[in-house]
Structures are given as C-alpha cells and as structure tokens.
Ligand binder design. Sequence first.
Ligand code: ZN
Length: 248
Amino acid sequence: MKYKDNFAQRFMNSFMGKREEIKEEVKIPHIRKILKDLINVSDDKWGLYAFRREPLKGKFSEDKKLELIEKANECGRKYAKKIRKENGDITVYEIAKNLGVEVDYPQRPNGGGNIIFAQFVNPNKVTVFKDSVNKAFDLIEKENLEDLFNNVNIEEILLAHEIFHYIEENNGKNMFTQTETIRLWKLGNFKNDSNIVCLSEIAGMAFAKELLNLKYSPYILDSFLVYLYYPKVAYDLYREIMDIVRLS
Ligand SMILES: [Zn+2]
C-alpha cells in the first residue's frame, strides 16, 4: 500500500517546530482578510511555497525551480482539460466514479493526532475527512465567505486534487510529474533517480483549479483548513506566503 500525499503532513512539521510560540498572544487578522490576500497570490508564488517543503530543494537553482513550477502547473492544467473533454460538464463526484476512484468520507483519521484533510492510497482509494470539510462549511456560513470561494465547496477541491494523484498513479507514465526526476547518485551501472514530490503537489493544485474553474489556487486551503484547528499555525503559513510574494 502506497500513501501518496496527504493534505497535511507538511503543516504538522511547521506546527511541531513552533509549539512554544503558540503560547504567545498573537493578533491574528480576520479570516476574510487572510483569504482575500491569499486569493491574490499567483500560482508561481505558491509553487515557491511548495518548493520550500520539498526534501530535495537544495538540488535546484532558483531559475530551475521556476521552470519546474511552470511545467508542473502546465501539466495539471493539461490533464484537467483532458478529463473535462472526456467527461463533459459533470461534477467532480461523477468524474471520480467514471474513473473508477473509490471515495470514502470518514469523520477523521484513525488514531487522531495529525490533521489530515484528504489522501490518496494506491491503487484507487481516496479519503476525504469530513471533520475538516464540515468545520470549513460552518465557518464559511458563519462569516459569509461563500463569495470568496466562488461558491465551490471545499470537498470538491480536495477530491479533485486527489483525483490528480490517481491519474498520476494509473496513467502517469508520460506525465511530467512522473517523468521529471533528479539523479541522487550514480555509481558505475547503479543509479538512483527520484521523483520530485512537490511537483506532484503543484500539478495537483493546478489540476483542481482548472477542473473546477477556480479563480484562486487551491493552495489557499493550506492556511484556511489549518485555521479551523490552529489559527496561529494558519497565520504563520499566511505570513510565509505573503513574505514570498513580497520578496520574490
Ligand atoms: Zn497532493
């Protein structure tokens, strides 16, 4: 069984490292202000944000990162258009069904602890955890945030992203996110080439954005969904991406 991605591991790292800071009193802006800023962040900036979480990030120059980010975004968009063409104007739930993806919706992960929003497990199982989706729905309703999300529900965005991982796993031989590798080492006839994990994530977000015709990157959910559990950690993620926007 191979676990690919979960919308969460990366937050936990930033969370664990900052446990002490959480005790501090921090004035967190209103969630509407946070979302409004995040919505304006371009896909290439989100790509740089994703690269900061890439285990192999040290092996790439800044120019190379930008090139790979662009190609990963293109890859995601291309496959979304292909899926749309093949399936027509149907919901992402129906697309999952047509592709043979099994989706289940448990309340939260077994064992608890980590915050995970959705995951794909080889060969065709997607799990979307209802706890975060429900919490998101409640907050959106309470704060009247529907307009910011273009009335697309969070669950569809999570599902679309995971469908991309399914496509990678099952039809991915020629996909950029699968063919692009980096050589870790070579010794005589032995070599070890690795995929670049963050490219799959970037492409998955571009896929969901195109498929659902969103005006914003689904990466905004990194901060928004974490906000439902740990507002301070969400605010840190928000400040991180805003710094990237300012500095790059
Ligand atoms: Zn993913």
